[in-house]
Design a protein around this ligand. Structure first.
Ligand SMILES: CC(C)(COP(=O)(O)OP(=O)(O)OC[C@H]1O[C@@H](n2cnc3c(N)ncnc32)[C@H](O)[C@@H]1OP(=O)(O)O)[C@@H](O)C(=O)NCCC(=O)NCCS
Length: 144
């Protein structure tokens, strides 16, 4: 990509990112976590059921950015957008984390998510079926 094209893309994404989100939004949303103008990771929110006001969240950071509270900070921000009646108006958020992924589970728990149980062999990671803890956060259990 030429520098001119990259500049245009950054401008378009910047403009798109500042558009308000509406309660009828039903696509997958993804935000980039930027630290000192460098992309550090992402956090996503998929509206899995508009009828039932349910969304699913995910996140990841590049290794140099681990352990600084970035994922939990970014997730808290997205929870605010998800439950805001003037933005996504969701009522239930869901997430999964590999049972042994202590950092990811801690991120969810720090943000108020509650573990609902373990889904056996839910996802394939490195060619192995891995058990995942399922988490939920209900809007009525938050201060929003
Ligand atoms: C999971 C991930 C997003 C966490 O991001 P992060 O910004 O480092 O997370 P935070 O700093 O907000 O919080 C991490 C918490 O886990 C804790 N933690 C991390 N590794 C741990 C370990 N091995 N044992 C116990 N606690 C651990 C930290 O101490 C911190 O908790 P604290 O604030 O109470 O001390 C990041 O490690 C990552 O991108 N991993 C690879 C991709 C991934 O696993 N994505 C999630 C898929 S479900």
């Amino acid at each position: 990509m030429t520098p001119g094209n990259q500049h245009a893309l950054e401008r378009i994404l910047g403009e798109r990112g500042s558009l308000p989100l509406a309660p009828e939004q039903s696509e997958k949303l993804q935000w980039t976590i930027v630290v000192d103008a460098e992309p550090a990771g992402w956090v996503s929110l998929d509206v899995t059921s508009r009828d039932h006001h349910i969304g699913s969240v995910g996140y990841a950071l590049a290794p140099p950015f681990h352990g600084r509270g970035l994922a939990s900070g970014a997730l808290r921000h997205v929870i605010g957008i998800a439950f805001d009646p003037d933005q996504l108006r969701l009522e239930r958020l869901e997430a999964v984390a590999a049972v042994g992924n202590v950092a990811s589970r801690r991120v969810l728990e720090k943000c108020g998510f509650r573990c609902e149980g373990v889904a056996t062999g839910l996802l394939i990671i490195d060619d192995q079926r891995v058990d995942h803890a399922r988490y939920e956060l209900m809007r009525f259990n938050t201060a929003t």
